[in-house]
Each structure stands twice: as C-alpha cells, then as structure tokens.
Ligand binder design. Sequence first.
Ligand code: NDP
Length: 462
Amino acid sequence: MSDPKRDYDYDLFVIGAGSGGVRAARLAAMDGHRVAVAEEHRVGGTCVIRGCIPKKFMVYASEFSQSFKTARGYGWTVGETTFDWPAFLSAKDIEIARLSGVYVTNLRNAGADLIHSRAELTGAHTVRIVGEDRTVTADKILIATGGWPTLPPDLPGVEHAITSNEAFHLPELPKRVLVVGGGYIAVEFAGIFNGLGVETTLLYRGANILRGFDDDVRAHLAGELERRGITVILGCHHDRLEKTDAGIVSHLTSGHTVESDVVMFATGRAAKTQGLGLEAAGVALTGSGAVVVDEFSRTNIPNIWAVGDVTDRINLTPVAIREAAAFVETAFRDNPQSFDHQDVASAVFSQPPIGSVGLTEAQARHAGGKIDIYRSVFRPMKGTFYGSEERMLMKLVVDQASGRVLGCHVVGQDSPEIIQMAAIAIKLGATKAQWDNTCAVHPTAAEELVTMRTPYMPAGLT
Ligand code: NDP
C-alpha cells in the first residue's frame, strides 16, 4: 500500500522565510523531510530585513554622538564630527544582504526548496505559488508570515506618514522628525533619530510611554529621553496631517501643531494574514487577524500550524525560533513540545536601553501576594567621571512568602546584556537570598542587582 503522505509534493510547506519559518524549515529538512519555503520578499523576515538587525545598526550609529561627549569628558580631543547618512545606509544594506544570503545558504544546505514567490492556501493541503502560477501539495503547512506595520486607516493626511519599514531607507536624514506611538519601535526610533542629530518629538496618546512595562521603568525612561533632548508629548494624538511647503504639519487633539520633515507612525503591527487563503483552508483567526493556535502552535486545522508574530503571542525573534523548534519536535519527531512563554526577557534598544524579565511591580501586586521591592537609582561611574546626569535604574520584585525574585527591570547602559543573565536566575526561580549570596563583580553597574539589601517602600503602601 502506498504511503498517503508520499502522495503530497512536500512533507512540510512553510509560508514565510523569517526567523520562525527558516528555523522550522531547516530543522525538518535536516531530518530528511521534503521541505519547501515560500517568501515573497527577501529571505530573513522582519528581524533581518526591516527590524532587529538594521535597527541595532542604527542604534549603534546614533550612539556615537553620546560617545563623543563621553570621550571629551575623558580627555580626548574630538574634532568636528559629521554623519554621512547615505554612506551608513549603503554599509547597512550590504551587511543585511550578506545576512539574508546566509539564511538562503543555510536553507539550501539543509536541503529545503526555496521558492521566491508569494504563496496562498487554496485548501488544507494545497498551496498556490502565485508568482509561478502553479499549485503544490503538502502534508503539513506552517504559517510563518510575521507581522506588518499598520497606519490608522481613517486619519486624514496619514498618506504623508511613514512606518519603520520606510525609516530604514529614507533618502536623506530629516532635520525634524515626529515619532508617533509609545511602544518598542517608537522609543527606539526616537532615540536613533535624536542620536543622529535630528530634532525629535515623540507623541504618545497615553499618560506614559511603554504601557505594559514596569511603571518605574516607564517614568525613568521618559525622563532620560527628555534629558537627552527628545520632546515627549503625552496624552494626545493626531487630528490630521497636512503637507505644506514647510514640511508636514501634525494637528493634534490638544489643539497644538507640530511641524516636521518626517512623521513616522509606530502605532503597532498586525499579523500578516490578509489574502493568505486561510479562509479557504478553514483556519480560525482572532478578531485582529492573528492565527489562533494551541500551546503546540497547531491551528484548528490539524495539519496547519503557525509560529511567530503571525500568532501574536509574544512578538520577539527568539520566541518565534523557539516556537518553530517546538513545532518540529511535535510534528516531525514524535516528541510533543510547547514553548513556555513565561518569563521571556526582552530588551528595548532605547537610549538608554531597557532590560526586563518577569513580573512588573503592578502585575505582582495584582496577583495578590505580598511583595518586596528593591530599587536603586544611581549615576553609573562612567558618567560621574565627567559630570553626566544620566541615572541608571535597577529594580527587583520579590515574593515575600517564598523569597523568589519574580521580576527584574533595568534601565541604563548594557541593560540588554545584563538582563539576559538575570533571566536565567528568574527562570530557575532563584530567591533573593540566592541572588544576595552571589558575589558581586566589581566595579560594574550590574553588581547593584546582588547588593540591594533594604526593601523600598513607596509612600502609602505597607
Ligand atoms: P507596540 O504594541 O509595542 O506599541 C504600539 C504603540 O502604538 C503603543 O504605544 C500604542 O498605544 C500606540 N498606538 C496604537 N494604536 C494607536 C493609534 N491608533 N494612535 C496612536 N497610538 C497608537 O508596537 P510596536 O509597533 O512598537 O512593536 C510591535 C512589536 O514588535 C512589539 O510589541 C514587540 O513585541 C516587537 N518589537 C520588539 C523589539 C525588541 O525586542 N527590542 C523592537 C521592536 C519591536 P497604547 O499603549 O495606548 O495601546
């Protein structure tokens, strides 16, 4: 009797060659399965092509303005400095092309077929390769199409605004920019533009930026952004945008106007599911268009799975990679595995940056148990040397009953590097006593995390 699975063209068809899709395709292909990956844009996805990686290069580039100030404080004579935006962009694009090429090579070396075309489902086992006008069949299908920036659809004049996608390719560096939003992308790009010498305004509709982060972190970062020269406008949003000879005029609900050369909206991203044919296959979506999956990343259609931003769980590259690896274990290795979405650390590459893992103080209080807060705000020694006013924040949220450290939040230089290590202790469930038992590394900023001895008590809380 023939194996019905061999009657399909592929054992696995992956739509989307980003972090999640590529990892799944490679692992399955290396196991000897017949795998195809379709990608309508460049291989690498948001992270490599228009997200984490080029963003971090831009952060590095923009940090030099601060480094020049620091250098002067340490006795260096720094001559006139200028920044060549086109030269940076072309170097950045060369490196992105190299990294995208590495992804392509890795896929090919693993034995996967790479199809440079949009792909859409026409049924639970059939995929139309749009660019080649043909249809293939697959036993299992993985949706890994990621997300895409959204613009407020009904806002008059929004066609004059850009998103982060375009910010990576601006033909020239603007003199003035208005960044809209208070999330990861907004604060990161506000820092990038400001560091590159652009007059930068950050506009956020709520009371403080970075909703969902610890309140001390939010307040601390907002203060640091302003100290570095970013104008932060809170509590209002756009009425309309207008293009004039002088630039783009943003009319705000407060009645004020802001004039800028570029308006960049970073007001969220949506799962990229439109027109994918998911309805044809009967795949259930959330109200906002994300693919609904169970803990194993399986959709309501048993042979169709989804990982990464398209499922709108935790939209981070390493999470997509881990979801993809768990998918391969479950679907191909008879070893059901689900990725644990608890205590995933993340970093915001604002300037200064943030590292965060575990519960915020508000989340821990909401959970009901009694907690202790350990908090330290200080001027790191590198800055005190030349009189910088920049302050660093370190905060631990500790469960009183068990002594477990439930959350760790850091704002300041190197906090993304620090939080990666702190995340291990949080994931292991280490207690505050065990953190304290860990000998400090001196002189560092991170030693503060193992030397805070007295709980901090905000006024009014017992
Ligand atoms: P976020 O969800 O982080 O932030 C969106 C922001 O836009 C929020 O401040 C939100 O306000 C605001 N907003 C939403 N709709 C409107 C509107 N109609 N008008 C005005 N403001 C609005 O999205 P991002 O796009 O910044 O990032 C998307 C995801 O990508 C992140 O959640 C993160 O998972 C990932 N990412 C991770 C990075 C990292 O790891 N360093 C870097 C960049 C992105 P409100 O809070 O009031 O809803």
